[in-house]
Every structure is written in structure tokens, then in C-alpha cells.
Design a protein around this ligand. Sequence first.
Ligand SMILES: C[S@@+](CC[C@H](N)C(=O)[O-])C[C@H]1O[C@@H](n2cnc3c(N)ncnc32)[C@H](O)[C@@H]1O
Length: 217
Amino acid sequence: MSEIVQDYIEDYIRGLIPASNTQMEDFRNQAIADEIPIIHLEVQKHIELLIQSHKVQSILEVGTAVGFSAAVFAQAMGPQGLVDTIERSFKMVVQADENITRLGLKNQITQIIGDAQEKLTELDKTYDMIFLDGAKGHYIHLLDDCLRCLKPGGLLISDNVLFKGMIASNDLVIRRKITIVKRMRKYLETISNHPQLVTSILPLGDGLAISWKKELC
Ligand SMILES: C[S@@+](CC[C@H](N)C(=O)[O-])C[C@H]1O[C@@H](n2cnc3c(N)ncnc32)[C@H](O)[C@@H]1O
């Protein structure tokens, strides 16, 4: 359960989503069995929709984990689409490399190894879409570089922005998560009011923020 949406609604929506190919179904099931926090199925579907409707052909991801979402994005874009994905855990980098190779996606997905805060400052490319799925307390620190690396008309997608409901209600906040909660609230206020962005926050999965970078910035 995401704790954002009631179980019966989530189950119903998931039940409507057609199965992916067997390799990707197995990949999702294995990641869940290994307790790797991959994108929720309904979030996956929504991002696939955005990729295809916006004809996205280049994506920067923060937080590769085992490479599941990177593989989803590469397949949704088709063979010309490129994903650069940043991961700081070497164990994850190795597992992601094995998965990306097994799926035949090495020519579409490039792994960038290191901390996103450092690696983002070094990037001098721009992307059609940026997917933020790393440490939740760091989104606010990555925003300026994300905006620099996002093409005008591009999409910044931020996952887990409602963080088990804690962002919306103090009653749900776990004391040791208070710093993350404060930073995420600041992030959501910033992207909601940013002059370069139009932002919509959806109670989907663990909360998904979709920000469109205005064309004339
Ligand atoms: C939620 S998982 C990513 C899941 C993946 N996007 C998917 O849906 O398949 C978050 C990952 O981000 C990585 N991470 C967290 N903070 C990071 C940072 N500052 N720089 C690079 N990687 C980071 C963690 O090591 C973890 O593997």
C-alpha cells in the first residue's frame, strides 16, 4: 500500500493496466521480492504516457537502483531514445549493469556513477525529461542543476513527493524523518511557485510531481 491512495482504488487501477512483456514482469517481481524500491506500476504507466505523448527521446534519471525504471523508459521511448542514469551505490550499479545487459539495452542506457549532487553539476547536456527518484531530502538541492539540464518544454518528474502522507500531515510524520519532510515541503512549494515551471502534484503511488518547463525561459 502507498498510504496515499486507498488500497481498493490502487488495486482496481493496477488491475486495469495490461501486463508488460514477460522479461519486464519478471524484472518487476524480482525487484519487489528483493525489496528494491522501484516505481509503482501506476506511476510507471503515467510516465510511459508522458514519454509517448511528449515524444521524449532523452531522459536523465537520478536513482538507478537495479535499472528497472531506466529500462521502462528506454523501452517506452523506442530504440532511438537515450537514458542517462545516476547512482551512488556501487552494489546497485553492478546489478543495474547486469539487468541492462540482459535486456539488451546497453546501447540506450548510460550509467553515471556517483552522487547526483556532484554529477549533476558536471553535466553539460540538456534532456527532454528528468526523473528524480534519489534521496528525498536532496531534491531541493538538485533543482537548479535540473532546471539547467532540462530543455525548454521539457518535463521534470519527481517521485515519492508525498512520502507516505508525511508531507501533507504532521500527524503522520515520524520524528527521524522530520528533515526530509521539511526539505520536501520546501521543494514542493518551490516547484509549485517557480517562474520557469508549471507544476501539478498527483496523489499517485507515493505522490508524483510533474513540472513542465515553460518554452520561453
Ligand atoms: C527509489 S530507488 C530508485 C528506483 C529506480 N528509479 C526504479 O524505479 O527502478 C533510489 C536509488 O537512488 C539512489 N540514490 C539516492 N540518493 C542518491 C544520490 N544523491 N545520488 C545518486 N544516487 C542516489 C539510491 O542508492 C537508490 O538506489
